[in-house]
Design a protein around this ligand. Structure first.
Ligand code: HEM
Length: 154
């Protein structure tokens, strides 16, 4: 059987400014960012809200956060994730280049901290009830990012 001549981008997602140069075909999914596809701000705010509920109740992680109030840290993670997935670029406007490994330098991110971080993030991702393809894109990224943030052996 002949291969289909032109396929839509996977999940209909293309980087900003790289959409097709021809009119959208009615049978094609709309070209949207991951951010838009999963529900925009509301979805990311829920993700980060549920995650930080977990952090607040976690003795080891809670101790790592320098501020008494977790709300500003929650806001920074929210802005970063929204920007990463194609939403507003408020993170860079307010914080500059993410340089996340460098910014985690002052904190002891060992395997235990990483596992705890990912455990709370897993609960948060599950709370979103995303379509499986979106869920695995998001989770794969978070898992890889968490491993790359480790800066202290166990
Ligand atoms: C692996 C375990 C991790 C631990 C224990 C951890 C812990 C922390 C701590 C203690 C802070 C300082 C709180 C603040 O002032 O904002 C922080 C900041 C932050 N973390 Fe993590 N983190 C981890 C992984 C990650 C990952 C995987 C990401 C991204 C996907 C991430 C994104 C951020 C961002 C965006 C900030 C704020 C940076 C800024 O100052 O602008 N973290 N993290």
């Amino acid at each position: 059987m002949a291969e289909q001549e032109s396929r839509p981008a996977p999940l209909g997602i293309v980087p900003a400014g790289q959409g097709p140069q021809r009119p959208q075909q009615p049978e094609e999914p709309e070209q949207v960012t991951f951010y838009q596809a999963v529900g925009g701000h509301e979805t990311f705010a829920k993700l980060v809200g549920v995650f930080y509920d977990g952090v607040a109740a976690d003795d080891v992680l809670r101790e790592m956060y320098p501020e008494e109030d977790l709300a500003p840290a929650r806001e920074r993670l929210l802005m970063f994730l929204e920007q990463y997935w194609g939403g507003p670029t408020t993170y860079s406007e307010q914080r500059g280049h993410p340089r996340l490994r460098m910014r985690h330098g002052p904190f002891r991110v060992d395997p235990d901290a990483r596992t705890r971080w990912l455990t709370h993030m897993r609960v948060a991702v599950d709370s979103l009830d995303l379509a499986p393809a979106y869920e695995s894109m998001l989770w794969d990224y978070l898992e890889r990012a968490a491993y790359s943030m480790q800066n202290t052996p166990g």
